[in-house]
Write a protein that binds this ligand. Structure first.
Ligand SMILES: *[C@@H]1O[C@H](CO)[C@@H](O)[C@H](O)[C@H]1NC(C)=O
Ligand SMILES: *[C@@H]1O[C@H](CO)[C@@H](O)[C@H](O)[C@H]1NC(C)=O
Ligand SMILES: *[C@@H]1O[C@H](CO)[C@@H](O)[C@H](O)[C@H]1NC(C)=O
Ligand SMILES: *[C@@H]1O[C@H](CO)[C@@H](O)[C@H](O)[C@H]1NC(C)=O
Ligand SMILES: *[C@@H]1O[C@H](CO)[C@@H](O)[C@H](O)[C@H]1NC(C)=O
Ligand SMILES: *[C@@H]1O[C@H](CO)[C@@H](O)[C@H](O)[C@H]1NC(C)=O
Length: 590
């Protein structure tokens, strides 16, 4: 008995000592502002709405400013939290690495991609909320009450790049005007860039990486020199040139992909995936700047607006298909803690994110629902409804947002003459796309594969926003090749570029119909592609072919328009038509 009591007290002592000496940081989300009776939670709002929120927006800017000013040596600084994702490749919150050869804790090419990033964004939101509260407390007696109410309901905004395919204007100004506790002021804009203070020293950023010596984060930099500056206009041109692609991909993945693994990752799906769309935004916003190098991307403040939207799309998808979730799958690239090739499942720890102060790590099971973290999105009001009511409401909301004209009464029939403006890609009775498969272990450099209908403009500088550009597909090599996970096996990634919008709008005269009889001959004579690095330099088509690493295939499927506003269209299976000839193969083989 005495022995037992003795050992029990040792165990207790161990926990007491551990919690004093080394409590882990618990990610709890925000529970202020949640209605305990109904479960109703404050929304994360789209940036264009949130920027007019007054006190909440003022608090957001100041809370982020304060976070970015926190000494980089502290664990809850912007710098250290951003550093969880990739470089510097160091432990966070006591979770040690496992010598896997992979960079950072972030999960890409993995079934854990949505849940891991949900926690990451929740951590950021929790830190901003704490700052927002303490800042709200310093407003005087006339302004104070409104700011304190706003702080309770504070949730971060997201950027819906499908509906608003340019960056929010307010993130690209060096200063921003807000109401501070001292009145209206112009303050440095923490959404514009993050300035390292200082750049990390060993084990910091590998010198061979182009952005490693940049003192501030940049978007589409003017050059590869550390004094380069951002070119937001060029980012926006590129996003606009791909606007229909992003819009169509967003609607179609929500309306037609029913399997979580295929929804999630570019490794499991043969075509589109959440990760594929997410990669396009990383590449187009960064274009050689931080966002386009995954291990550096989270230092750019736009990362959090982007990933809040990625989490929103995950949340919408979960409401639509509530029974499909994390299944055991091999992690293609690996992380700081998870070896490449290892099987991950619903119980795999989402390192380094703790749910308690005594070391419990989250898993996909415990990160499955947004209600755990106290926020919601406007499209998914999941309180006081059954799962089937919720999915019907979400279907109607998504139809209304991304495909308002897609009902059966408004569609074109297969043999009907195409009226340019009467249909869009989401309402066509047959949809065409290009599926891309790439083995990134064989590709030496990040680049875009641009696809055109008819010859591209003569100057490569005009390619990414050419009027006849179908879309640009990014290949993201995470940093210099030597820094990538050394693998002996292929590292496959996939993506999809819709063709339908281009087939409807580009040919003059218009195609009589979108059947294979007309579409395939047109593509054979007119489909062209070019490869271009982020610095604008061209990689010759023969060189790309020589890597034997990329395969692009024309695919198509039937679409039966929706019969009711809370239903989705009925999609047929994808049919494979023809190889485009990006690899060594010529047009036509399959
Ligand atoms: C951050 O804290 C460290 C350690 O206390 C200190 O040496 C350093 O000067 C601080 N950095 C800044 C920018 O204040
Ligand atoms: C509160 O602060 C605002 C902004 O500085 C100022 O305009 C207002 O007069 C102040 N009100 C009181 C009661 O101090
Ligand atoms: C940037 O730095 C390079 C040398 O590193 C210099 O040649 C160039 O003039 C600088 N550009 C600007 C705009 O300061
Ligand atoms: C980053 O922003 C600060 C102001 O917030 C500015 O002084 C600095 O020049 C910016 N850096 C770049 C590379 O634009
Ligand atoms: C996922 O996608 C793959 C490749 O497209 C396909 O073979 C598989 O059937 C899909 N899985 C499910 C469960 O839909
Ligand atoms: C909705 O709330 C009402 C009143 O609180 C309750 O009676 C009902 O069971 C709830 N319905 C669902 C589906 O949660």
């Amino acid at each position: 008995m005495a022995m037992v009591r003795h050992s029990t007290s040792w165990v207790l002592l161990f926990f007491v000592v551990r919690s004093i000496a080394s409590a882990t940081f618990a990610i709890k989300g925000i529970h202020a502002g949640v209605n305990a009776v109904t479960g109703q939670r404050p929304f994360r709002q789209e940036f264009s709405t949130f920027q007019n929120a007054g006190p909440a927006f003022d608090l957001y800017i100041q809370a982020l400013q304060q976070l970015t000013q926190t000494n980089q040596t502290t664990m809850l600084s912007y710098y250290a939290v951003a550093g969880i994702h990739g470089y510097p490749n160091v432990p966070w919150d006591e979770v040690l690495g496992d010598d896997t050869g992979a960079i950072g804790y972030c999960t890409h090419g993995s079934i854990l991609f949505p849940t891991w990033h949900r926690l990451y964004v929740a951590l950021y939101e929790q830190l901003l909320h704490a700052n927002a509260r303490s800042i709200a407390a310093t407003y005087n007696s006339s302004d104070g009450p409104a700011y304190r109410v706003a702080a309770e309901a504070f949730r971060i905004p997201y950027w819906d790049w499908s509906l608003n395919p340019t960056m929010p204007g307010l993130i690209n100004t060096p200063t921003i005007t807000i109401t501070t506790p001292k009145g209206v002021q112009d303050v440095p804009n923490p959404l514009y860039n993050y300035t390292f203070n200082p750049l990390p020293t060993s084990p910091g950023f590998p010198e061979r990486d182009t952005v490693s010596q940049f003192l501030s984060t940049v978007r589409y930099p003017t050059s590869l020199d550390p004094n380069a500056t951002s070119q937001p206009g060029k980012v926006n041109n590129q996003l606009q040139a791909n606007a229909e692609t992003l819009h169509d991909l967003t609607y179609q993945i929500l309306a037609s992909e029913r399997d979580y693994a295929n929804f999630t990752s570019s490794v499991f799906s043969n075509g589109n995936s959440l990760e594929n769309m997410h990669n396009m935004i990383h590449a187009m916003v960064g274009n050689g700047g931080h966002m386009s190098y995954i291990p550096y991307s989270s230092f750019d403040p736009i990362f959090w607006l982007h990933h809040a939207n990625v989490d929103r799309l995950t949340t919408i998808w979960q409401a639509l298909y509530p029974n499909s979730f994390t299944v055991p799958e091999a992690d293609s690239y690996g992380t700081f803690t998870n070896p490449p090739g290892g099987i991950e499942d619903v119980n795999t720890p989402l390192t380094p994110f703790h749910s308690s102060s005594y070391g419990t790590l989250y898993t996909s099971t415990t990160a499955r629902y947004t209600r755990t973290f106290g926020y919601a999105y406007p499209e998914v009001q999941d309180w006081n409804v059954s799962a089937s009511q919720l999915s019907a409401t979400v279907r109607a909301t998504i139809n209304n947002l991304y495909n308002p004209s897609g009902s059966a009464s408004k569609r074109s029939l297969p043999g009907q003459r195409l009226e340019k403006r009467a249909i869009n890609a989401n309402t066509a009775a047959y949809q065409w796309a290009i599926n891309i498969a790439a083995d990134i272990s064989r590709i030496p450099t990040s680049l875009f594969l641009h696809f055109f209908l008819a010859a591209p403009p003569p100057s490569p500088g005009d390619w990414s926003s050419a009027p006849n550009l179908i879309a640009s597909f990014p290949i993201l090599i995470s940093s210099s090749p030597a820094a990538d996970t050394p693998t002996t096996h292929p590292r496959l990634t996939h993506g999809q570029l819709p063709l339908t919008h281009a087939l409807i709008r580009f040919p003059a005269p218009p195609l009589p119909e979108l059947s294979s009889r007309f579409v395939l001959p047109l593509l054979q004579t007119s489909l062209q592609w070019r490869a271009q690095r982020f610095d604008g330099s061209v990689v010759a088509n023969e060189e790309v072919g020589g890597w034997e690493a990329v395969r692009a295939t024309v695919v198509g499927r039937t679409v039966k328009a929706r019969e009711a506003d809370d239903q989705f269209p009925v999609y047929g299976p994808w049919e494979q038509w023809v190889d485009v000839g990006v690899g060594r193969e010529e047009w036509g083989s399959l």
